[in-house]
Design a protein around this ligand. Structure first.
Ligand code: SAH
Length: 470
């Protein structure tokens, strides 16, 4: 019995839109949606699909009949294999237009919201080399590209230091030059790799749980301070010191050189001891005269320059008066709270990660801010009637939740308190739309502005100003 064909070929199809996760969209002859992984709206292509899903197809363009005007040549030699920058093949103006469209569509289709005139999306000045933090993984069995496999060349060095291949937890693509973090990021990463290979310091193998070197984090702040955190799988004093001394001797500009011995199954550093090898255990970031201390585990927005633009938009929307009480929900290390504190009577920040709250308090002290208080805890649990009584009724709530949006209990509590103004900053306009829908009977959306923090990717932030209905 012949097996049923598992894939389809759709010929001469136009790519009509972008979709979630950096994909694009076409329509199949049977009228279903096809999500395509490697095309740009305006391309005309032949698509080979994978297995059909319930109501749609997923596929890849295997022949291009016409290239879209929206295309540009990707900067990076790793584009198409590395999962990092899926939109590098689209010009920046069109990236922004599609981001804007996604936000507006989500607010309209998911939230069924009444929108004011939308302020145009705020794009980035720097569309490459904008990240202040990168995390690379070591592997002793690097991913070979199709070209390398076809070349019949023998590859003796199988070590990689780079990024995970999308969807494959144990496959690492060796990165020669990443266009997301400015130098000396590439120089440091490549030197570490070369030195480790030369000196037989083994790279990790997650399947067999062998090798020494696991991950490398590089942070470079906007004032040029540099933090390196290297994660080892086992303690090997001789090899560890050999590598760390090499780094310290050759990169004198590093402000903070730290390491971790992590024998766990996963790479997460949040439950690990971080050991200082040289310099300080933190670096500093600066914004509008404020200083922020950043430890290895601290959250800080990864695009420093654009974080400043995002915060300014939020602060302008909020139009803060000096007698106002502000709540900054999901405050992280309290950056927004401190950014608005000088304009307000009092700011109350809430955040689930204990270290972040410690950093927030210390940063506020360092910045001479005495009208901000910070509480640790899960928003859904901390944000009670008693909490409001204790801290005062807010005139303004600024909320900046993670991708999942706000817990329903948090939305309900905002509706129970009914501050005059709410500024909702979101990195996922779908969950933002869902949350705003719950509030639409009581609040009017006065302003909405998308902000691009991550050029060359499909990610987009959105800031909304809500005012209480009279
Ligand atoms: N506003 C901050 C951080 C935003 S990121 C800034 O701009 O820097 C979202 C933050 O929400 C993270 O710090 C995360 O730790 C925190 N968080 C996630 N779930 C939470 C919850 N249930 N309760 C409180 N904080 C939470």
């Amino acid at each position: 019995m012949s097996r049923k064909k598992k894939f389809h070929l759709f010929e001469n199809v136009e790519i009509i839109d972008t979709a979630a996760r950096g994909k694009s969209v076409a329509k199949s002859p049977d009228g279903r949606v096809v999500f395509v992984s490697n095309a740009v709206p305006g391309d005309i292509v032949d698509i080979k699909t994978g297995r059909k899903r319930k109501s749609y197809y997923e596929g890849k363009a295997i022949k291009f009949h016409h290239y879209s005007k929206k295309r540009v040549a990707p900067e990076c030699e790793h584009f198409g294999i590395c999962g990092g920058c899926k939109w590098q093949h689209m010009n920046y103006k069109d990236q922004l237009a599609y981001k804007q469209k996604e936000v507006t569509n989500n607010l309209l289709r998911i939230g069924h919201l009444e929108l004011p005139e939308i302020t145009p999306i705020a794009g980035c000045k720097e569309t490459y080399f904008y990240r202040n933090k990168m995390e690379f993984s070591f592997s002793d069995s690097r991913w070979l590209t199709e070209e390398e496999l076809k070349s019949e060349e023998e590859f003796t060095d199988k070590n990689a230091l780079g990024f995970h291949i999308p969807g494959m937890w144990d496959k690492i693509l060796d990165i020669k030059k990443c266009h997301l973090q400015e130098d000396p990021s590439n120089l440091i990463r490549n030197s570490i790799k070369e030195f480790a290979v030369k000196n037989n310091i083994d790279f990790f193998n997650p399947r067999h749980r062998t090798g020494l070197l696991r991950t490398l984090m590089i942070r470079i702040s906007s004032i040029g301070e540099i933090m390196l955190v290297i994660q080892f799988f086992k303690e090997d004093v001789e090899k560890r010191e050999l590598l760390l001394n090499y780094i310290a001797d050759n990169f004198k500009d590093i402000t903070s050189l730290q390491y971790i011995i992590n024998e766990k199954g996963n790479d997460s550093i949040y439950d690990q001891d971080i050991i200082l090898f040289k310099g300080r255990d933190h670096i500093f970031e600066e914004m509008e005269g404020l200083k922020f201390k950043i430890g290895a585990k601290s959250f800080y927005q990864t695009n420093s320059a654009q974080a400043y633009e995002l915060y300014k938009i939020a602060r302008d929307f909020a139009d803060i008066k000096n007698d106002e009480i502000i709540y900054d929900l999901y405050t992280g290390t309290g950056t927004i709270a401190q950014f608005v504190a000088s304009k307000a009577k009092k700011v109350i920040g809430v955040e689930a990660v204990p270290q972040a709250i410690e950093d927030a308090r210390e940063n506020a002290r360092m910045n001479g801010i005495d009208n901000a208080v910070f509480y640790e805890g899960d928003m859904a649990k901390v944000f009670t009637e008693d909490f409001i009584k204790q801290n005062g009724h807010p005139d303004l709530i600024i909320t900046d939740p993670p991708r999942d949006g706000m817990h329903q209990k948090v939305v309900k509590q905002i509706l129970a308190i009914m501050p005059e103004k709410v500024v909702y900053i979101s990195c996922n306009s779908a969950t933002q739309a869902r949350d705003l829908a719950l509030m639409k009977d009581h609040y009017t959306i006065k302003k909405s502005q998308a902000v691009d923090m991550f050029p060359q990717t499909h990610h987009v932030e959105n800031v909304v100003l809500l005012k209480k209905k009279k």
